[in-house]
Design a protein around this ligand. Structure first.
Ligand SMILES: Cc1ncc(COP(=O)(O)O)c(C=O)c1O
Length: 443
């Protein structure tokens, strides 16, 4: 049965989150990362079978050389944001110089066409029409616009989300419910999760709440990394007349995915996690024909009502960030998303399989290839308190040199999240696994 959580619990979670900085480094540690020797040679997608691609260390060494990685830690916390690869960073620097030196002369005359070209590239990347996308500064901004401006909720209706959804979106759903005098209802995603029990949880919750109007789904959640079977849930929701808004902050670029794979009408995403654009890049997607369900942003009159740009108004753009988006997409495509996903899953499996049977270790994403990508959360000895997981992440960093992060808000308690990315190696995964084994043995 879905349960409803109090606002106080959310506020408490937020306080815990903000207090959860792990292992503040000393100033003496703050050496600059060394420059990579050569990042100019272009990459091309590995032509092999995905199993072999994932394990070709010579190839992934070339990929890792495109990143300037700090020697201060073994960073397995790429879920926060995706570091720009060096070719992307070079492009970004040159665009900053250009926007700064050519100023409004460039911004007014040439930037608009570059922005439209960037939007076309994103549209092709996510499988949308350019007119279905508008840029935002991240997934939060996009999703807050989609949720906050959703106009189909009446007094007495219900909006629904899950324990694994991102706090800011849960709060946006609560605020929507409060403003519309509707109810906010909560689904706990089962642990351990399977495609069947996830679908059953949402189906039961929707059946129990027949006045549900809007359902928030997080395609890849930021806590355990579970990938929801979004298209199956969307079918269940649409059959009941329920609109679905998808939080795809962690999706595109982590796993192969298109908008039509999900089938939802409203999606918010960023480009600064798994697509590796500069921080401050995101987009909202509204399926063609569904603009009516989302009000204008703050009664914005700058764009016609039949254009998606009228649904978000971010003010003066960070020009260089938007200009860099095509370079970031080029870099991703020079590796290939299926190839990247295979590598990340290999790195994830490497540490997970090394500890999954260790006494006291609970892995929070299933083995099912469709339900897990790079990110995986774990708990030790069923300890779900905030303190225990903050201490665990701190020990991993301070004692073993592996940087991970505590995540909060799960129905069964907090966990530690591990996120490998393109510059991580099997040795990093082994180092983490050895650390977890040692800590678990302490009881
Ligand atoms: C699931 C999820 N949704 C939304 C966001 C917010 O994304 P952004 O930082 O682009 O606003 C995050 C960020 O970590 C996230 O993990």
């Amino acid at each position: 049965m879905p349960t409803h959580r109090s606002r106080r619990e959310f506020v408490k979670s937020a306080a815990i989150l903000s207090a959860a900085a792990v292992a503040a480094p000393s100033i003496a540690d703050a050496a600059p990362a060394p420059q990579s020797k050569d990042h100019s040679s272009p990459l091309t997608p590995h032509p092999g079978a995905l199993y072999d691609v994932a394990r070709d260390e010579a190839y992934w060494t070339q990929v890792a050389a495109k990143y300037r990685i700090t020697p201060r830690t073994t960073n397995m916390e790429a879920g926060y944001f995706g570091m720009m690869a060096l070719p992307v960073l070079d492009a970004y620097h040159s665009y900053i110089d250009r926007a700064n030196s050519e100023s409004s002369y460039f911004a007014r005359r040439e930037y608009p066409a570059m922005m439209r070209a960037a939007r076309e590239r994103v549209a092709a990347f996510v499988g949308a029409k350019p007119t279905e996308l508008a840029f935002s500064r991240g997934a939060t901004e996009a999703l807050q616009a989609l949720i906050g401006q959703y106009n189909r909720v009446q007094p007495g209706d219900t909006v629904m989300y899950a324990d694994l959804d991102y706090n800011a979106m849960q709060w946006a759903m609560n605020a929507l419910a409060a403003r519309c005098k509707a109810n906010a209802t909560w689904v706990d995603i089962p642990e351990p999760a399977t495609r069947e029990n996830i679908l059953a949880a949402y189906t039961n919750a929707l059946n129990a709440n027949p006045r549900t109007k809007l359902l928030l789904l997080t395609h890849c959640n930021n806590k355990t990394g579970l990938l929801l079977p979004v298209s199956d849930i969307v079918k269940v929701a649409k059959a009941r007349g329920v609109d679905v808004v998808v939080d795809a902050a962690h999706s595109f670029g982590q796993v192969p995915l298109t908008m039509s794979d999900m089938g939802a009408d409203f999606v918010g995403l960023n480009l600064h996690k798994w697509i590796g654009a500069p921080v401050g890049a995101g987009a909202l997607y509204i399926r063609e024909g569904r603009l009516d369900a989302i009000d204008r942003a703050h009664a914005d009159e700058s764009a016609p009502l039949d254009r998606i740009e009228s649904r978000i108004h971010t003010g003066t753009t960070h020009f260089a960030t938007v200009m860099t988006i095509p370079d970031a997409i080029d870099f991703q495509l020079s590796i290939g998303i299926p190839q990247k996903a295979a590598r990340l899953r290999y790195l994830r499996d490497r540490w997970v399989h090394a500890v999954a049977n260790v006494k006291g270790v609970t892995i929070l994403t299933p083995e099912d290839a469709a339900l897990t990508g790079a990110i995986t959360g774990f708990r030790l000895h069923n300890r779900g308190t905030s303190n225990a997981n903050r201490a665990l992440a701190t020990t991993l960093h301070d004692e073993f040199g592996v940087f991970t992060f505590q995540r909060t808000g799960l129905a069964k308690g907090d966990c530690v999240r591990v996120t490998p990315t393109l510059y991580n190696t099997p040795a990093d995964a082994d180092k983490l696994a050895a650390a977890i084994r040692t800590i678990a043995a302490r009881g």
